[in-house]
Design a protein. Sequence first.
Length: 303
Amino acid sequence: MEATDTKTVPASRPGRAPAVLAVVLCTTIWGTTYVATKVVLPEIPPFTLAFFRFVIATAIMAPFAWKYWRTGHGRALPWKRLVLMGLTGVALYFMFQNLGLVYTTASAAALIQGAIPAITILLAGVFLKERLGLWRVSGVSLSVAGVVLIVLASEQSGGAPAPLLGNLLMLGSSLAWGVYTITGKVVHESFPPLLTTAISTAVGTLFLLPPFLGEIFLQGFGPVSPAVWLNVFYLGAVASGLTFILWNYGLQALDASETGNYINLVPVVAVASAVLLLGEPVRTPQVLGGLLVLAGVYLTGRR
């Protein structure tokens, strides 16, 4: 998932319909990444995949960010925050996610990460001292209950080598993204999001270099089929590079709170694609857990 919760307003804003289309296409692509990652992991190990993905993503975003750098926006950047964003939102998030998908199903992983908005609000209340209120506390509680139900249901239903371990890794990934979001909140309000995200992505790619080298040293790197390379390119160029451009295009015409509602499409698309393309079983308790997560996210978004 690559997103920001800020809004940039250029001189000429796109129409509402193209903006909605861009955001829906963006979240739909994010929903398919769980299946694409599952396809890659049997041939490319998790840390190596993360490194390849973000080398490609950095190359895609760099030309778009360069124009902001040349206009002087690169001066006095908050480098400590950008380094923390790269560590949490790129390196830790995708290391945990990819490793989690080795052990759990794509469906369970996506349903757990559907709670990211609620987790982010909880972290903002703890670290940024943002007021939670009754609705948000209720929403966070519902989402936590949904995650617990998904984890327990996945452990009992099987269909993965170590679902409990995988689900806990996905929860760690969600927490890393929450830290990334609250760290970048002030940054994105003061600097162009495309510039700061490109820089934090490049920094995160550097953090991924040691795990990548260690993984290659310990496991080696075997032959990779063309179909798997195609999925790697899709994850890097489309799901990580193009989607951020689409997301920011949509934010030019839509409110951040409105675009946040479209995030709920991600677990829906992910579960549907996992069932159709991977043949993964989805049990009733998992579905109920997913509905609790979505209901909790809805409540946290109420004002």
